[in-house]
Write a protein that binds this ligand. Structure first.
Ligand code: GTP
Ligand code: MG
Length: 442
């Protein structure tokens, strides 16, 4: 899904990665690239304009979060803007005050209405509802048969209609049937129009009046890009849409529809279709979706953790010292204690793109448990001078530290060796040699 967009955005971030500070010029250059990437993904040009303006404003107004590198901060901002463009928070289905809840499914021909009707019915049943599917599509006997057969497969009741009836008559009968079988939700599949003309619109209006639905869901085919967005605007003129379901996101949709449709129509995306099967329906969470588009789910998680854990810390002077290689064992201990709160170290390092290859050099697997087990004890048994200048630790000091920490001289030695190694690698990365990404972790 959206591979090409994801690749392009990652490219932009990587180019920002090596910089210690990001100037307004760097930002504008990056935003130009983001803009192109979005336009190439067929995102509506107005949405792109707002998106870029939003990111720029956030970036210039952003407080410098010392615990994040400039690149991480930009990723964070782009992510926030993307979440907003996609609708902010999760919007589930509404329920009627007194059952049944009526869900009217509308959309262009072939957009996936019938398939989605069945998917929704299955989703609702899994949530403990008792759904009824109604095929209010007089134009296609095959359509009604399709619903019937899906209903059989899923063991979900279907109200089958006389094909000579009007859609509104069908809908009415469907509601009666729902009362009779005490369905808690009725999902009404409707006619798919090729293009919505005035006659179609008035037909939709009549049907809407008969059903007086709690939800009017437009099913839109994400593969059709801006056409889907345009269709949504047209449908909005006929009936008040309460939600959108984007289908065929498992295909090679470029992302344009998904990223534009909410911003253009103001209607929330409630689910996405990820395949032809009845269980290929996902609730739509703008934040999860944005991180998928950015292809940085793990890094975003890490940024969240870092923001929560490290806001008040003086990373600036730390990173200065990292660059100069004058990191002390005190810094080391402090960092270790902070990181320990964030989760297992190998896992954290694995989340940072570009850092996984040096994971082996750092021997992080060892560092995590055995190495760090005695870290606190060993370092606190050192004098201030020793912590700042570990080179003075000779044989007799080593024995003293080992005694004081309940460890052995060999363990003290190992810690010192690993510290030197880590310091070397950190210095290499933080001065930009060896990796494109500037990590903020010690
Ligand atoms: N890959 C994929 N295919 C889908 C998805 N949703 C629907 N389809 C396919 O799209 C085609 C059309 O789906 P239908 O559900 O029949 O569409 P419709 O809107 O009911 O069509 P009409 O009733 O003719 O207007 C079918 O081949 C479905 O299997 C999806 O999320 N992913
Ligand atoms: Mg259909």
């Amino acid at each position: 899904m959206f591979d090409s967009l994801t690749d392009k955005l990652q490219g932009v971030f990587q180019r920002l990665g090596g910089r210690g500070t990001i100037t307004e010029k760097d930002l504008d250059e990056a935003l130009r690239e983001v803009r192109l990437a979005l336009l190439e993904a067929d995102v509506n040009y107005k949405v792109v304009r707002e998106f870029i303006a939003g990111v720029r404003e956030r970036a210039l107004g952003a407080e410098i979060t010392k615990s994040l590198t400039p690149m991480q901060q930009i990723i964070d901002i782009v992510n926030q803007q993307m979440v907003e463009t996609l609708g902010g928070g999760y919007t589930g289905l509404q329920k009627a005050k007194s059952p049944p809840t009526v869900i009217m499914i509308v959309g262009l021909k072939g957009s996936g209405k019938t398939t989605t009707t069945a998917k929704l019915a299955l989703h609702l049943r899994r949530q403990g509802e008792s759904p009824l599917m109604v095929a209010a599509d007089p134009e296609r006997v095959a359509g009604a048969e399709q619903v019937e057969s899906l209903g059989k497969q899923l063991s979900i009741p279907v109200a089958v209609m006389d094909p000579s009836a009007s859609p509104a008559q069908m809908a009415k009968k469907g509601l009666d049937e729902a009362k009779r079988i005490r369905a808690s939700t009725v999902i009404v599949d409707t006619v798919g129009y090729v293009q919505l003309d005035d006659e179609d619109k008035s037909e939709l209006k009549t049907l809407h009046k008969t059903l007086s639905p709690t939800e009017v869901i437009l099913v839109a085919d994400a593969m059709t890009g801006q056409e889907a967005v345009h269709a949504a605007e047209e449908y909005q003129k006929a009936v008040p849409l309460s939600g959108l379901i984007l289908t065929k996101l498992d295909g090679d949709a470029r992302g344009g529809a998904a990223l534009s449709i909410r911003a253009v129509t103001g209607v929330p995306i409630k689910f996405v279709g990820m395949g032809e099967k009845a269980d290929a329906l996902e609730a739509f969470y703008p934040d999860r979706f944005a991180s998928r588009i950015l292809g940085m789910g793990d890094l975003l998680t890490l940024i969240e953790k870092a923001k929560a854990e490290m806001t008040d810390m003086d990373v600036e002077s730390l990173s200065q010292r990292m660059k100069k290689g004058s990191l002390t064992l005190d810094d080391f201990l402090e960092q270790y204690q902070r990181i320990k709160k964030m989760g297992p170290i190998p896992q954290l390092l694995g989340m940072i793109p570009g850092l996984s290859q040096i994971k082996n050099q750092l021997k992080v697997e060892e560092m995590d448990e055995s190495f760090f087990k005695h870290v606190e004890a060993i370092i606190s048994s050192m004098t201030k001078e020793e912590r700042h200048n570990p080179d003075i630790i000779d044989g007799s000091r080593r024995r003293r530290i080992a005694r004081g920490s309940g460890t052995s001289p060999a363990e003290v030695n190992r810690l010192l060796k690993q510290f030197h190694e880590a310091k070397r690698v950190i210095q290499m990365i933080s001065t930009g040699r060896g990796s494109k990404i500037t990590p903020f972790l010690p």
